[in-house]
Each structure stands twice: as structure tokens, then as C-alpha cells.
Design a protein around this ligand. Sequence first.
Ligand SMILES: NC(=O)c1ccc[n+]([C@@H]2O[C@H](COP(=O)([O-])OP(=O)(O)OC[C@H]3O[C@@H](n4cnc5c(N)ncnc54)[C@H](OP(=O)(O)O)[C@@H]3O)[C@@H](O)[C@H]2O)c1
Length: 281
Amino acid sequence: MEFYTLNNTIQLPCVGLGTWQITDRDRMAVLIRRAYEEGYRLIDTAAAYSNEIAIAKAIAAAGIGRKELLLSDKVWNTSRGYEAVQEACRKSLKKLKTDYLDIYLMHWPASKKLHPDWARINAETWRGMEKLCKDGYVRAIGVCNFKVHHLEELEKSAEIMPCINQFELHPGFHQDDLVLYCQEKGILVEASSPLGNGQILKHEGICGIAGRHDKSAAQICLRWSLQKGAAVIPKTADPDRLAQNIDVFDFSLSSEEMKELDDIPYCGGVGIDSDEVTEFG
Ligand SMILES: NC(=O)c1ccc[n+]([C@@H]2O[C@H](COP(=O)([O-])OP(=O)(O)OC[C@H]3O[C@@H](n4cnc5c(N)ncnc54)[C@H](OP(=O)(O)O)[C@@H]3O)[C@@H](O)[C@H]2O)c1
């Protein structure tokens, strides 16, 4: 496994396991055990995924020591603000049966559509996350789905810069301006839905490049994000796909292939606009 170094020196695996929409406890137990055997050391979850307890049980059943894995969790939109985010984190820690998180992310910025004072709300939530960091409940804090204007506003009052911005990134949705902005600020880009939520894997252009490299379409998408300097957290509920999704370090895409993938029009993904997101997602 290769690693990125976050702005607070934590080593983040380039590939982690996404767990959105996996709630079945037996399935989670099989997945986490196999993921660990295959070399995964980063698990991405969120309070909103309703699977923190399943993850804790799976880790315990597999006998994996707490320090062997990085746990990345997210505060949901209904727990915004200085006190509420700290309370939400304590609940998540209890469910995950741990006394610290490696990474804690704000799941969505307060949206402009719902909150005229979105910048103040984000700043207050962030202040609560900084307190969690200072108190030792979390090792690193970051954001998800922040656009440039959200980051610019946050920076005005932040004492700690976000270590990560996790947002939708895949062929067909390159978000180059945001990637560049984050990289200039030392914020690691983490690609959510790196396979376009599974909807882009039959795209002719992606499949063509996959054929030339004797790789799968999923591996091409993951490699594309890695070559842009992003970490990836592909989700699979199929244990047999885990090995494939981590086997992305023995080939590279040419600049022509990267350009071809950049130029694909949007053809699938989650597609939620963070300036319009509701408190329910
Ligand atoms: N911060 C945010 O707002 C946010 C938003 C979205 C996602 N995320 C995070 O990012 C993670 C990944 O995003 P995602 O869940 O939207 O989807 P994704 O990882 O882009 O794609 C998952 C889909 O691809 C399929 N798949 C996985 N590996 C495959 C392979 N090797 N070959 C063929 N199909 C494959 C999966 O099916 P099977 O399960 O059947 O294998 C599933 O349908 C999430 O789980 C979550 O942790 C965060």
C-alpha cells in the first residue's frame, strides 16, 4: 500500500474502503476481515451511514487491533455547531467502541440555499471539531463536499486547516479547479464515489483503456484519481472485488489517457450540489 502524508503528518493509505450503503452486520464482518487481509488500513464511515456499530463488531470479530486501522468518520448535517458536533462525535465514538477517531470530517457544508449564515455555521462547527482535536478525541479533522468559497470562508477563522477535502471525483467529473485549490492549500483530496457510484463502469472510453491495460474499468477509474494526487475510497459489498480495487499500483495511465478520461462528460455519480444540500442529504 502507498500512503499520502497529511498536513499534520498522519500517513493516509492511498486506498481505503468506502462503506456507504453497507449496513448488514454479517456482510460487514466478512468484508472487514477480508479487507484487512488484502491490505486495507483505512475504513471510511459516517454517522449517516448507520453502520458504525456493524464496523465496530466486525473489527472486534476479526481481532484487528485499534492501531492497525485508520477510522474515518463524519458528522451529519443535523449536528452543526460547536456543542452539537462534540456531542455527535462522542456518540460515534461509543458506537465504534473506540476512544479516538483518526479522521473526523464535516459531511456537508451548511448550504447557501437553507442557511443565509452558512459561513458562520460552518465556522462554529469547525471550532467544535478543533476542540475535539485538541482534547484528543480525533487525530485529524477535515471536510467533505466543500467548494472553493466554503474553504475560503473557513480559512478566515480556522486555527487548524482541514487535512482532507473528500468530494465526488471520477472520470466524467474532474473538478480540476477545486483539486488544484486544495493542493495549493495542502489539503489532501479524497475522492468519494471514485467509481461514479458504479454508474460509469460501462462507459466505452473507460472500458477501452481498461482493455489496453488488461485491467478492469474500476481499476482505471481508481488509477485516474490516484494520478491526480487524490486518495480513493471505493465501496464494494462484494468481498471478491476488494483485492481488485487495491491492486492499482502496478500500472500507470499515459497523459493522453488521463486527458481522454478528463474529457468524458458527466455520465453517473451521486451529483449532489453542496450549495443546495438539505439537512437530510
Ligand atoms: N462525503 C460524502 O458526501 C460521500 C458521498 C458519497 C460517497 N462517499 C464515500 O465514498 C465511498 C465510495 O462511493 P460510493 O459508495 O458512492 O460508490 P463507488 O465506490 O464510486 O462505487 C460503488 C459501486 O461500484 C461497484 N463496484 C465496486 N468495485 C467494483 C469493481 N471492482 N467492479 C465492478 N463494480 C464495482 C459497487 O458494487 P458492489 O458493492 O456490488 O461491489 C457499487 O455499486 C462511499 O462508500 C463513502 O464511504 C462519501
